[in-house]
Design a protein around this ligand. Structure first.
Ligand code: GUN
Length: 287
């Protein structure tokens, strides 16, 4: 049976350290603050944002939520982002995706100041990640690296197979894994004979948003399986992109859904907000 990669427990441990860090920042007059923008109604986004708000609250980070109407224009959205860019008390700006289809998400992400881009989605920060420079690393890929490192699962020299090439997870994950000296294969919706690739993986990371897509016959005995998916099955229960019950019998390590990558994503967002607050207050902190 596979060993469970317990993101929930690890995130809890990380939050304890973050609480201490925030207390110290506050002693030095630095009050970390995250601004989250949501445009229109989306029930999944509402849950994600509520979870982010809860964790901010727990570790002492101020949380400002901006709810914009479905019919918001690009001009209005950019105006809000620009205002938040200019506010000295705001350290991080997060535009929850998706946004309504009439709006251009790339243009919106690009409007966020790279110094406040705690999601790591700004082209400048993505570029820095590709060059291996210090930057804000997107929270889900960052959380995946952390969980592997915490469980002493070697990335260097290993064959990492990623399913999914989204801008939010797949693409930054490629760079994170390359930066850790992995050999990387990326599969996507147009890949043929996907199981030929997945069977080669030492570490298989799945981020495609299809319930129970990866089955036992697609993985090698002893591989590590990271499931980024959050879906609902026919019974309305939360499930990942991986058939957990079957794959835990052959994998050596596996993340559960829920309680795997999800809590780690939020923990890494908090790391990025703290990093941003420190960067923006170097004078107060005597650095
Ligand atoms: N939508 C789903 N995941 C994310 C995320 O990590 N950040 C943002 N901004 N939107 C998301």
């Amino acid at each position: 049976m596979a060993i469970l990669l317990d993101g929930k427990e690890l995130a809890k441990k990380i939050r304890e350290n973050q609480k201490e860090e925030v207390i110290n920042l506050k002693k030095n007059g630095v009050f970390p603050k995250l601004a989250v923008i949501m445009v229109g109604k989306n029930s999944a986004s509402e849950i994600y944002v509520r979870n982010k708000s809860k964790v901010c609250n727990e570790i002492g980070i101020d949380f400002n939520e901006y709810l914009l109407e479905e019919k918001t224009t690009m001009k209005e959205l950019k105006k809000l982002i620009t205002t938040l860019n200019e506010k000295n008390d705001i350290n991080g700006i997060l535009l929850q995706s998706p946004i309504p289809s009439g709006l251009n998400i790339n243009e919106a992400f690009e409007c966020i100041s790279p110094t406040k881009d705690v999601d790591g989605f700004h082209p400048e920060n993505i570029g820095k990640l590709c060059l291996g420079q210090d930057t804000f690393v997107s929270c889900t890929p960052y959380g995946i690296v952390k969980i592997l490192e915490e469980y002493n699962i070697q990335i260097k020299g290993k064959h990492v197979v990623i399913l999914g090439r989204s801008n939010i997870v797949g693409k930054p994950l490629i760079q994170c894994m390359l930066n850790k000296d992995a050999t990387v294969t990326v599969c996507h919706s147009k890949t043929t004979e996907i199981e030929k690739h997945t069977k080669m993986a030492d570490i298989l990371i799945v981020a495609i948003g299809k319930p129970n897509f990866v089955t036992k016959d697609m993985v090698r005995q002893g591989c590590t399986v990271i499931d980024v998916g959050i879906n609902r099955n026919q019974d309305g229960k939360i499930c990942g992109d991986v058939d957990f019950k079957e794959i835990e019998k052959v994998a050596s390590y596996i993340t559960p859904v829920p309680g795997g990558v999800g809590p780690m994503t939020i923990a890494m967002l908090m790391n990025n907000v703290i990093k941003s607050a420190k960067n923006q207050n170097k004078k107060n902190l005597g650095a």
